[in-house]
Ligand binder design. Structure first.
Ligand code: C2O
Ligand code: CU
Ligand code: CU
Length: 451
């Protein structure tokens, strides 16, 4: 099983934790005897997991070795708009770009990927995606499994489609333009149905739906529950027992699973049912729900010394954003899609030169997203602290509590969120968009500045 390499960076003479990323081309042998052209950060495919610590001055140097433009967006990080890595922070071929910031997130699993307007979908499918593991010294986390690759396993789930010659096929069909790109192979950390040698104990799975468009519903093949202890922006106040976890593109979750009573040598599969826009669609391109084995945990290793014997009953979660009565309310109408592949927000398609909103800095507002289309859209907002207030007026389930950066808006649903803007105003636009990357590339995105 390929593990995502953990990169702790280097603290320089000035006390700044520094990382270096090289955006490069390479080849990956997805199939025997075929070298598939791919892109990666510091390697041929995907990238490292950069370990960040809250409160630390951090500097990430990016070298673009590609012969095309790219950007590196730190999805989920609460950092100034100037270093967010969105479509305005283009890195020319051969050029270098530096993101300097102080980490301000609670403990969480975030990620990074290109945000090059019009080519985000292709660059991600070609392999550009990495992880950001944020630790917060102020949050007690020691009771959670935390030995990388041993009892703390990061899983990047992505689907891909290949040409008959084994190259990545990103020729979009009319269906891809409407529903988003789908592949017929589900990869975990770049491998098909890999096998992980797991210890007989509680383990922590960090799950990223890194697909362009597929929604994934994950469950364990032995019917055992997963204890969801974090959503994409941090720990929940208490773990929630789930039979399955659905993640839209861009969303993350962390779950504790118990292998203590699994017979040694036994496999526990992680199964994934796949869908687009909330509508099930087979991996083979057919219709109807289909479930595939994403990976297998072969419970073959002994319990690690110091492993927890019980999941924690409560966790040091990050406080949610609460809106006060009288807060400014903004509405966002998600539209389009009928017979056309044009999706809009408030009737408009993204325009790099148009700022859609100016929002006061250091303010909490209420944003309402109403989905008037026939499919679900995962909405993501850059650079804000955000919490779900309601789904169609009803309080969200416990696993949707806490801080969020991406959330599903079902067809015909209204999702209300509390949004807390950055402390310092900035004229550099931040994005809000659908995380189905073909919708984003086609303009289901808007931008706001803080004033
Ligand atoms: Cu994960 Cu605006 O992106
Ligand atoms: Cu983002
Ligand atoms: Cu969408």
């Amino acid at each position: 099983m390929p593990l995502i390499p953990l990169d702790g960076g280097v603290v320089d003479a000035a006390g700044i934790r520094t990382f270096a990323l090289s955006v490069q081309t390479g080849t990956t042998p997805f199939r025997n005897g075929v070298n598939t052209n791919t892109l990666g950060y510091n390697g041929s495919l995907l990238g490292p997991a950069l370990k960040l610590r809250r409160g630390e001055k951090t500097s990430i140097r990016v070298q673009n070795q590609l012969d095309e433009e790219t950007t590196v967006h730190w999805h989920g990080l609460l950092i100034p708009a100037e270093v967010d890595g969105g479509p305005h922070q283009v890195i020319a071929p051969g050029a270098q770009w530096k993101a300097n910031f102080t980490v301000n997130n609670p403990a969480s699993t975030c990620w990074f990927h290109p945000h090059t307007h019009g080519s985000t979908g292709r660059q991600v499918v070609m392999g550009l995606a990495g992880l950001l593991i944020v630790e917060d010294p102020a949050q007690a986390g020691s009771e959670l499994p935390g030995t990388w690759g041993v009892d703390d396993l990061a899983l990047v789930l992505q689907d891909k489609r290949f040409t008959p010659l084994g190259q990545i096929d990103y020729a979009l069909t009319a269906g891809d333009r409407l529903n988003g790109y789908t592949g017929d192979v589900l990869l975990v950390n770049g491998a098909t149905a890999p096998v992980w040698q797991a210890p007989r104990q509680w383990v922590r799975l960090r799950l990223l739906n890194g697909c362009n468009a597929r929604f994934l519903t994950l469950r364990l093949g032995n019917g055992a529950p997963m204890l969801q202890m974090a959503n994409e922006s941090g720990l929940l106040a208490a773990a929630v027992t789930r039979q399955s976890i659905t993640l839209a593109p861009g969303e993350r979750a962390e779950a504790l699973v118990d292998f203590s009573n699994v017979a040694s040598g036994q496999d526990v599969s992680l199964l994934a049912a796949t869908a687009t826009g909330g509508m099930s669609m087979g991996m083979g391109g057919g219709t109807g729900a289909s479930e595939v084995t994403a990976m297998k945990c072969r419970v073959s290793l002994p319990r690690q010394p110091g492993a927890i014997t019980q999941p924690p009953s409560a966790m040091a979660s990050a406080p949610a954003v609460a809106a006060s009565v009288g807060a400014t309310v903004r509405t966002f109408n998600l539209g389009g899609g009928m017979m056309s592949s044009q999706f809009t927000i408030n009737g408009r398609v993204f325009d790099m030169g148009r700022v859609d909103l100016a929002v006061p800095a250091k303010t909490i507002e209420i944003w309402k997203f109403t989905n008037a289309t026939g499919m679900a859209h995962p909405i993501h907002v850059h650079g804000v602290r955000m919490s779900l207030l309601a789904r169609d007026g009803a309080p969200p389930p416990a696993y949707e509590h806490g801080l969020r950066d991406t959330f599903i808006v079902q067809s015909m649903e209204t999702v209300t969120v509390a949004v807390e803007t950055a402390e310092v105003a900035s004229p550099t636009p931040l994005m809000f968009h659908c995380h189905i990357l073909e919708h984003e590339d086609a303009g289901m995105m808007g931008q706001f500045i803080t004033v």
